[in-house]
Each structure stands twice: as structure tokens, then as C-alpha cells.
Design a protein around this ligand. Structure first.
Ligand SMILES: *Cc1c(COP(=O)(O)O)cnc(C)c1O
Length: 358
């Protein structure tokens, strides 16, 4: 028997979550975000579950080519664009769309022989990560159109705070800056990530860009995936591979971070931070053992972690353990470990076997 650490990927959950995107943004085209190996879920089977979307976006060129070679005809957008003139040949060959976020990229385009690329011009409206400065935008767009360097142009921006209920004003400021600078341009637009899709319908415009909600986690700290009718697409599971009876005072794991204050039974689970389970998850982080909620004990090691078997009926060697999934939302684990579901999902290690459920 192989090591029992496995991630089950539920394609019907992905398809269901796509219907939720459509429910919130019925008039927008949908660009499914598949970056970071589809947030850890695996590129090609995730794409197959989402094959009806209007486009895909990611930022790894090899993955984009892989998608195109798999036969998808939709636009495939590279979210950081191209990094060199040499790469432009591949954009042309595989008909890939590029984000243009810097004037240096326009200069590369001008120096090249390519002039029928599909371009998404990204404008920095306040996040100060990627995008042309507001003042740069008018002359940049003029240059592009004068020199006919594009087959098609779409205008985009990205919100810094759409997930934070206290930051509505900030989102509206970004929206207004975008509207002001692109007024009268007539090009299609793309603004909304998952949080904006759900919370700000006025940002939907022509293309929405859902990521995390497709994978069944909540973009919000104050709303669960269940409340949003999103279904988790990934279940990370393993089994108990050792059992110990602790006496009062016994300590568990590296640095003995957990200490038993009464006699108790614990199980050792074959899953650790080298599988993608967060090392910073503390004692009491929820886990599911034999279909019953329990808790993590002590420090997570590279390949294993310890769980409390107090009151878990019939738990023993080989009992199934769910680290996250339907009964243990990845958002709960993330909160306990002071990180986000995004980080946990995309950190799933290559050594964890992904088993696709259709
Ligand atoms: C990752 C990403 C998204 C998706 O964000 P979610 O919060 O996962 O929905 C959308 N747009 C851009 C530019 C991104 O980088």
C-alpha cells in the first residue's frame, strides 16, 4: 500500500462553483484563474471541469502552452505578460493573450515583428503592484493604437481590498479612478476577482476573473464558503499510522509543545508540512478523524502530525483523517494557522497524489 496521503479533487464541485460565479455575474464573460497549478488542484483536470468558461488566466508560460496543446480554443491570458522579446514568438505561436503592465513591455513589442497579439492593458488604480500609472495610460494606449501593435485590447485593473468589508471606500476609489481614466475608450474591461464578483456587482463589466471561489473557499473573512453555497473542490486526507497512550505530563512532538494534563490517546497522521500542511498550525486546529471532529496536538513535523483521539469512537491504526475538505473547511484551518486558504491550497506538495473524482 502506498503512503496514504492523498488529495481528492472533485470536478463536480468545480463545475458547481462555476454556476455560482454565473449566478453573481450573469452578464459577464468568465476568465477562470488557473495560476499556481490551478491553486494546487492540478491544471488539466481543473480546466476540463471548467471547459465552458470564456477564457483562462495564469502566469506560467509552460502551463499556458500545455492548456493550448490540450485543445482549448479560448483566450489564455498570461497575467504578468511576457518577460522578453524571445517569449513573444511563443505568444504568437500559441495565440496567448498578454497582460501589459509596464511601458518596457510596449517597447519590446515595438522592437519585435509581432503586431496582432491580444493585449490586456493593466492600469494601477491604487494597489501599486502591477499596472501602468494613471498618467501613463492615455499616451500608452495612443501609442499602441497608432502603431497598430494589437489585434485586440482589453483594459483591466485589480482590487487590493475587495475582500475586506471595512474597505468599501477603497474599492470604490479604485473603480472610480479606472472609470475616469478609461472613459470613452470603448474597449472591453476586466476588474473583478472573486471578492468583487460577490460583493460589488458594479465592477463586473465585460470580464470577471474568479479564482478562489471556483475552488470552493471563501474570499471573505466574515463569510463562510458554505454560506456562499461554494463547495470545496479539494479534500486533503490521510490515515493514522501510529497510536500512543499518554500519561499525565507526557509531551508530544518537536519541543514537546503539547503536554498531556491527563491520560489520553493520540494518533500520528501521515501528513506534514512537506505535504503542504501549514507548519504554523497550532494545537486545537480542527481535523476530522473517523468522521468526527478532533484537533491537532503540538508542532507539525515535516511528514507527520499528531491528533487527539479523546472521544473519537473506534479510532485506531488506519483510521481515515481529513485535514481539510467538506467537513473541515480549508478556511478554518487557514484561520487557525494565521494564513489564507489561497496559501494552503497552492502549497499542496507535488508528492501528494491527486485523485480526480468525476
Ligand atoms: C489571482 C488573480 C485573480 C483571482 O483572484 P481570487 O481572489 O482568487 O478570485 C484575479 N485577477 C488577478 C490579476 C489575479 O492575479
Amino acid at each position: 500500500m502506498p503512503r496514504p496521503t492523498q488529495a481528492f479533487i472533485d470536478l463536480s464541485a468545480l463545475t458547481h462553483n462555476l454556476t455560482i460565479v454565473r449566478h453573481y455575474a450573469p452578464h459577464a464573460r468568465i476568465m477562470a484563474i488557473l495560476k499556481a497549478n490551478a491553486y494546487g488542484h492540478g491544471l488539466l483536470h481543473t480546466a476540463s471541469a471548467l471547459k465552458d468558461v470564456d477564457g483562462f488566466a495564469l502566469l506560467e508560460l509552460d502551463a499556458a502552452i500545455c492548456l493550448r496543446n490540450a485543445g482549448y480554443q479560448q483566450p489564455i491570458l498570461l497575467l504578468e505578460g511576457f518577460f522578453s522579446i524571445e517569449e513573444l514568438a511563443l505568444f504568437e505561436q500559441y495565440q496567448l493573450s498578454a497582460v501589459i503592465h509596464h511601458t518596457e513591455q510596449i517597447a519590446m513589442l515595438s522592437d519585435s515583428k509581432y503586431h496582432d497579439l491580444d493585449l490586456f492593458i493593466k492600469i494601477n488604480t491604487g494597489m501599486n503592484r502591477l499596472g501602468l500609472a494613471l498618467e501613463q495610460f492615455p499616451q500608452t494606449i495612443r501609442k499602441l493604437t497608432e502603431n497598430q501593435r494589437a489585434k485586440r485590447i482589453t483594459l483591466m485593473t485589480h482590487f487590493a481590498c475587495a475582500d475586506d468589508p471595512a474597505e468599501e471606500e477603497n474599492v470604490m476609489q479604485q473603480l472610480e479612478s479606472f472609470q475616469a481614466v478609461t472613459k470613452g475608450c470603448g474597449y472591453p474591461r476586466s476588474l473583478a476577482n472573486s471578492a468583487a464578483i460577490i460583493r460589488y456587482p458594479q465592477t463586473h463589466t465585460d470580464w470577471v476573473r474568479p479564482g478562489i471561489m471556483l475552488y470552493g473557499a471563501s474570499p471573505f473573512p466574515d463569510k463562510t464558503a458554505l454560506e456562499l453555497d461554494l463547495q470545496p473542490a479539494m479534500t486533503l486526507s490521510s490515515r493514522i499510522i501510529a497510536i500512543h497512550e499518554l500519561k499525565t505530563g507526557n509531551r508530544v512532538g518537536y519541543h514537546g509543545l503539547f503536554q498531556a494534563d491527563h491520560p489520553m490517546r493520540i494518533g500520528i497522521v501521515a501528513c506534514g508540512y512537506a505535504d503542504g500542511y501549514p507548519r504554523h498550525a497550532p494545537t486545537n486546529t480542527p481535523v476530522l478523524v473517523n468522521n468526527q471532529r478532533s484537533r491537532l496536538l503540538g508542532r507539525v513535523s515535516m511528514d507527520m502530525l499528531a491528533v487527539d483521539l479523546t472521544g473519537i469512537e473506534n479510532a485506531g491504526l488506519n483510521s481515515p483523517v481529513v485535514l481539510w475538505g467538506k467537513e473541515i473547511p480549508v478556511d478554518e484551518v487557514a484561520q487557525s494557522a494565521e494564513t489564507t486558504s489561497y496559501e494552503l491550497l497552492c502549497a499542496l506538495a507535488p508528492r501528494v497524489e491527486r485523485i480526480v473524482l468525476v
